[in-house]
Design a protein around this ligand. Structure first.
Ligand SMILES: Cc1cc2nc3c(=O)[nH]c(=O)nc-3n(C[C@H](O)[C@H](O)[C@H](O)COP(=O)(O)OP(=O)(O)OC[C@H]3O[C@@H](n4cnc5c(N)ncnc54)[C@H](O)[C@@H]3O)c2cc1C
Length: 463
């Protein structure tokens, strides 16, 4: 049989399993059917119920405008799949092409897509995380619980971590007129994602809206009362605050534990893959039948010196899923690279924040349009003299312009495209928190001397 015949037979009668039945998994399934795949499709997900959307969980669900159950993802088409929900995959056998499920079942496949995303990083002391009134926000059950706690009118909410999710939750608290304290170890909110200059703007915004913002401090201990309800938080500077609700917004952990013995390059960094979304083995070799998409993927981007980049962005999950699906049912010569420039949005304190590109891939930043005090501006990020990203505050209509600058490696700083450019704007160092603070440490070791025996082994003790 020719390779074209083999591919046609696979498209007609092949078996595809998708592990992780959320945004990336659902969009990939829809794209597979749209590409003419008529074989068997199995959707494996550890959550019960239909795939739903997560961005509203820290926005409209917490204001009470949208019930947590009202976030089901719209379907673009029928996917005619077998759904195995409410049970996690706990292993992947590449020798026999099987997904193992935690209840003992095995799902055979010809090709598999891994889209297991990330989970919320829990509070580090389990007994304190279990106190009533302590929340994380990743699932709709989490958001529903937090919404109820906010509706009950707490005396104060403590938000631990001022990244995008923490800042959005603080904003909702102020919108609901609930006193809120935000604790952030870094010098300002959003600083890890957008740098010191934007961090300062975010600090001003929070304080102007009445947030009790405490930066450069660590929450060390969550104290409960005799009934097991959270009541007080202790800080590294010796201070305390009393509150009834604590929201732990310390980012995510990639769901790769189940792949521990799979031989894939999967770990705290995500699952490494090529731009065609094919997973790499621990040795860095490309696999043929294992694909990755969404938050769990770590993909090289040629625009950013081919560095492997993990993104927790909605649009990236959708676009990567579509590329992965296309490549799963295409011949090598017809495969697509996932080359989209990342975009992200957030709404907080009445400001619509949007970004394009990878702001952390920058050494300088400059305000190019509008006015920072009015919270209506665009800032461009540059790396070694070329534009690599831009962020807009209430000025999103210009981001396509900056996307083109990024795609064409336009010189940094770019000229202002409108008459409202700030007269005295000068590039300043972007100033991200020290990478040493964020480093996870080595997680693999190389063994063997002869090229035929040299292999990479996971060093899990470093996790
Ligand atoms: C509160 C919140 C607000 C957000 N706001 C924005 C925003 O404003 N803008 C933006 O661009 N992005 C936002 N995001 C990010 C966006 O929602 C994610 O990028 C998107 O959900 C990624 O989709 P995914 O399918 O890759 O992963 P996920 O949505 O994380 O789905 C992965 C699925 O796999 C399941 N799973 C995990 N392990 C296993 C296993 N072993 N077996 C079976 N199933 C498993 C998980 O339970 C989950 O259902 C937000 C996310 C959150 C949580």
């Amino acid at each position: 049989m020719s390779s074209a015949d083999t591919l046609q037979a696979f498209k007609r009668d092949g078996r595809i399993a998708i592990v992780g039945a959320s945004l990336a998994g659902l969009r990939a399934a829809e794209a597979l059917r749209a590409e003419g795949f008529t074989g068997s499709l199995t959707m494996i997900g550890d959550e019960v119920g239909e795939p739903y959307d997560r961005p509203p969980l820290s926005k409209q669900v917490l204001t009470g405008w949208v019930p947590a159950g009202g976030t089901t993802l719209p379907r673009r088409r029928d996917i005619d799949a077998e759904w195995l929900l409410g049970v996690p995959a706990d292993g992947l056998d590449l020798a026999t092409n099987h997904v193992h499920l935690a209840d003992g079942r095995e799902v055979p496949f010809d090709r598999v897509l891994i889209s297991t995303g990330v989970r919320a990083r829990p509070w580090f002391v389990e007994s304190e995380a279990d106190l009533d009134g302590v929340f994380v926000v990743r699932t709709r059950e989490h958001a529903d619980g937090l919404q109820r706690a906010l509706a009950a009118g707490p005396s104060r909410v403590l938000v631990i971590g001022a990244g995008f999710t923490g800042s959005e939750i603080a904003s909702i608290c102020r919108e609901r007129d609930i006193p809120v304290t935000v604790a952030e170890l870094a010098p300002a909110p959003l600083v890890g994602a957008l740098g010191a200059m934007i961090g300062e703007v975010a600090s001003d915004m929070q304080r102007a809206h009445g947030v009790d913002l405490r930066c450069g401090v660590k929450v060390t201990h969550l104290e409960g009362d005799a009934q097991g309800h959270f009541r007080r938080a202790h800080f590294s500077d010796g201070s305390t605050i009393d509150a009834d609700v604590a929201v732990v917004a310390l980012g995510g952990i990639r769901n790769t534990d189940w792949l521990r013995d799979s031989g894939l390059a999967a770990g705290v960094w995500g699952i490494a893959c090529d731009t065609g979304c094919r997973a790499l083995t621990l040795d860095g070799l490309i696999t043929d039948d294992i694909f990755v998409a969404g938050d769990v993927a770590r993909c090289p981007n040629p625009i950013y010196e081919y560095r492997l980049i993990s993104l927790e962005h909605w649009a990236n999950a959708v676009e990567q899923a579509e590329v992965a699906a296309h490549n799963m049912v295409s011949a090598q010569a017809d495969r697509w690279p996932h080359l989209t420039i990342p975009t992200f949005w957030s709404i907080q304190f009445g400001v619509n924040i949007k970004s394009v590109g990878v702001p952390t891939f920058a050494d300088e930043v400059v305000v190019t349009q509008g006015s920072v005090p009015d919270h209506r501006f665009v800032a461009a990020y540059g790396y070694q003299g070329r534009v690599t990203a831009a962020v807009s505050f209430n000025n999103a209509k210009w981001l396509d312009h900056y996307r083109q600058l990024i795609e064409t490696a336009a010189p940094f700083p770019p000229p202002c495209p409108t008459p409202d450019g700030p007269a005295d704007a000068k590039p300043v160092p972007v100033d991200f928190p020290s990478p040493q603070l964020l480093a996870q440490g080595a997680t693999v070791v190389v063994t063997g001397h002869d090229p035929s025996e040299r292999r990479v082994t996971a060093a899990w003790q470093h996790r």
